[in-house]
Design a binder for this molecule. Structure first.
Ligand SMILES: [Zn+2]
Length: 299
């Protein structure tokens, strides 16, 4: 880390210490956050350009905080991570792109940011780490209360060189009250980043209707590795999980159950060869074997 960045890291450390001395971070008055320079009052990304612009060549500065207003899909926030959408406002284009770049810079310079959420009239503040971003879906993945800052951002981009472990049994979720198990937003982010925001069997592109599906299902301990995932629209996710179709592992050709037809369930693709990156063959193989057994039982 170069010297000047360590000054900014120390500044964020002392901001956090000062906050803990002043208030409960789960319930802070907005004006306290403004006074301590956590944010300046407007929605979205706060980059405190006066303090952070000097560190970056691109003039964008380094984001200090993200204000999360709760207008998220339910599968985009858990106790351990959040999918944060790029701002899209009517302000000048440069403001938005500088703000987006400032969040990327937090990842590039490996600096913590503060994630602020509304709790009635009060605010909750958590420490966050920008893990990755995806320009195609205009989203950031931010880890909340991260255990370490040393792991390299965007490590997911080199995933295909890593061994694939299809099953990942996990401890019972501690996030029952939040309504989402930890890991789900990260899984969704990573699957969308890998395959693009488009149903792989019908080309539907309407973001709120798209879901990240597990190939080896969670209930069979399927891993959250994105190579065990596919982007499907809500209908085709349901159809896939009901066994109405499956993918032949080598050719990736779609086979439809004897109960229905390709036209009836509106599949427009015949295989997955249009994708830039494919799911892992071990995951497809596992699902295909299960599906083939179920098909024979149905006969
Ligand atoms: Zn679809």
């Amino acid at each position: 880390m170069n010297q000047s960045i360590s000054i900014e890291l120390a500044r964020r450390d002392s901001m956090w210490k000062e906050l803990l001395e002043t208030a409960d971070p789960n319930k802070v008055e907005p004006q306290t956050l403004r006074k301590l320079r956590f944010f300046s009052g407007q929605a979205g990304i706060y980059r405190d350009s006066k303090n952070t612009q000097r560190y970056t060549k691109d003039n964008a500065g380094i984001a200090v905080s993200l204000l999360h207003t709760g207008r998220h899909y339910s599968d985009e926030i858990s106790e351990s991570e959040i999918i944060y959408h790029y701002p899209e406002t009517s302000r000048s284009g440069l403001t938005d792109s500088n703000e987006i770049q400032s969040v990327k810079n937090a990842a590039i310079y490996n600096l913590p940011i503060f994630v602020i959420s509304d709790v009635g009239k009060m605010r909750k503040v958590q420490i966050g780490k920008v893990v990755s971003w995806d320009d195609a879906t205009s989203t950031f993945l931010v880890e909340l209360n991260p255990l370490n800052f040393l792991a390299h951002p965007n490590e997911i981009d080199h995933l295909d060189d890593e061994p694939f472990v299809p099953k990942a049994p996990r401890l019972p979720s501690r996030t029952a009250t939040v309504g989402n198990r930890a890991g789900q937003p990260a899984f969704k982010f990573n699957v969308f980043k890998r395959y693009g925001a488009c149903c792989v069997v019908c080309d539907m592109r309407v973001l709120p209707l798209l879901q990240a599906a597990h190939i080896i299902p969670k209930k069979s301990d399927g891993t959250d590795d994105p190579r065990n995932g596919l982007v499907l629209c809500g209908n085709h996710h349901l159809a896939y999980d009901s066994g109405l179709f499956s993918f032949e592992p080598v050719s990736t050709r779609i086979h439809v159950s004897a109960k229905t037809t390709k036209d009836e369930i509106q599949l427009t693709r015949s295989d997955l060869r249009h994708l830039n990156k494919l799911p892992h063959i071990d995951a497809l193989q596992w699902r295909w074997r299960q599906w083939s057994v179920d098909q024979r039982e149905d006969e």
